[in-house]
Design a protein around this ligand. Sequence first.
Ligand SMILES: Cc1cc2nc3c(=O)[nH]c(=O)nc-3n(C[C@H](O)[C@H](O)[C@H](O)COP(=O)(O)OP(=O)(O)OC[C@H]3O[C@@H](n4cnc5c(N)ncnc54)[C@H](O)[C@@H]3O)c2cc1C
Length: 394
Amino acid sequence: MSNTVSEKPDPHDFLGIDTLLSGEETLLRDTVRRYVDKEISPNIAEWWDEGRIPHRELAADFGELGMLGMHLEGYGCAGTTATQYGLACLELEAGDSGIRSFVSVQGSLVMFPIWRFGSEEQKQTWLPRMAKGEVIGCFGLTEADSGSDPASMRTRARQDGSDWVINGSKMWITNGSIADVAIVWAHTDQGVRGFIVPTDTPGFSAPEIKMKASLRASVTSELILENVRVPDDFVLPEVASMRGPLSCLNEARFGIAFGAMGAARSCYESALAYAKDREQFGSPIGSFQLTQRKLVEMMVAVQRGTLLALHLGRRKDEEKLSPEQVSFGKFDNVRNALDVARTARSILGANGITLEYPVFRHMANLETVYTYEGTHEIHTLVMGQAITGFPAFN
Ligand SMILES: Cc1cc2nc3c(=O)[nH]c(=O)nc-3n(C[C@H](O)[C@H](O)[C@H](O)COP(=O)(O)OP(=O)(O)OC[C@H]3O[C@@H](n4cnc5c(N)ncnc54)[C@H](O)[C@@H]3O)c2cc1C
């Protein structure tokens, strides 16, 4: 008896990956997908073009959908699995990497450190309001001269009685100018510490970085801290080393391994539809061998990357996922998503350079995704060290 089936694979789920999802996972995935189709996709080209997003409305919507800090337990957070969080990132990034960034920063980079390293009072104060989207956060680690090597940061905090005084500046901070609160990482005499800084604290300012050609549906800012004074109970008490910020980045990178495949899927689907419809030389361009090769390469990359992300999600839910394995996911899925986006752009011809189609926007966004949360090269070195035992960072 044959153990294969004659049914043709679904061009949008060639390997039948959907069957690997539980009922709850499918439900959540479909809910986020519907939201993106209804609220994000019809508007995103305009937001991207204008370089703005309706951040308060989006935050409230994401709060209502339970997507902010969704994989955290308690304090008004949804307490989903890591895989469910990943699937939400994938669907959001099928909309736009900037929209996924908004949710990643809030959940993985701001709520997570408070949840993981904060005092009970800090958790009660911030997390429920952040989960509802009433309070927007940002994460300040990178500086103009400290990117891949964040330990070289120059921002410093010194104790003054029962207060701390912070001086320095941060660069490339997502949500900086629209945030109500910033997690600021600074050197202190006790090591690197995280400070919860309300953005209306005197001495704090966050000018927006303009003229971006990538991630335009996301606010990116500089943070300037001039004698910013916060009380001792605004310091995250449970960490005093680079482990603090790095563990947050690990959470966000996990979401990116999924998210990148959302952007890639959107590009593939757009190119597939276009190739079936667009005719040249009297035939649909999808009937040409060269185009079919491109479509197949894209489809295979999306399916393979989605399987990889799912595998990482399952490992994370079993508490077996190492940071090096997260690097694997970020490294491989983002570079493949970029390849898919570039290939899709070529299929769309001249239409591929407009914002009428999602492809160029995804392609430009993915240049940021390739760089932030650890550049492609840094993840190469992380895995290089894991397999050789030799650190090659300097
Ligand atoms: C749109 C956007 C949003 C961002 N949001 C945030 C945020 O919310 N919070 C935050 O803290 N940061 C944020 N970042 C900053 C981001 O994390 C950094 O840009 C990233 O870490 C890289 O730092 P860099 O840009 O200074 O590049 P550099 O570190 O200067 O790197 C430049 C090049 O050199 C390579 N390189 C560096 N060191 C090595 C090495 N040892 N070996 C080989 N190659 C190396 C890099 O891979 C890269 O190709 C954001 C960036 C962007 C673009």
